[in-house]
Design a binder for this molecule. Structure first.
Ligand SMILES: [Zn+2]
Length: 96
């Protein structure tokens, strides 16, 4: 389950599920670093949405921390991190 808001560093981001993430480029998800919004394709299965959220979180961290990862690196890290979370039963979502 994906929260509708999350903190990345000291910045709060609103998570939105949309039918079209970007009118010009085909994307699963995208982040607006300045407006504090993450848009995720609503038609994807839940696991792809969660992995895509991690990818966008990594984009924000990459920018905040001036790491300079490539798009491919970010997808690899998101896939790997998502697998670690899933296998260990760590889930997204508000605190219960
Ligand atoms: Zn990306």
């Amino acid at each position: 389950m994906i929260p509708d808001r999350l903190m990345i560093g000291g910045h709060e981001f609103q998570v939105e599920f949309v039918e079209v993430v970007n009118k010009h480029v085909s994307r699963r998800a995208e982040i607006d670093h300045l407006a504090g919004k993450i848009r995720i394709d609503a038609s994807m299965m839940a696991s792809r949405q969660e992995e895509s959220l991690l990818h966008e979180v990594l984009h924000e961290l990459d920018q905040q921390c001036h790491v300079g990862l490539s798009e491919e690196d970010l997808w690899r890290l998101a896939e790997g991190l998502y697998a670690v979370l899933k296998v260990n039963g760590i889930q997204f979502g508000p605190k219960g």
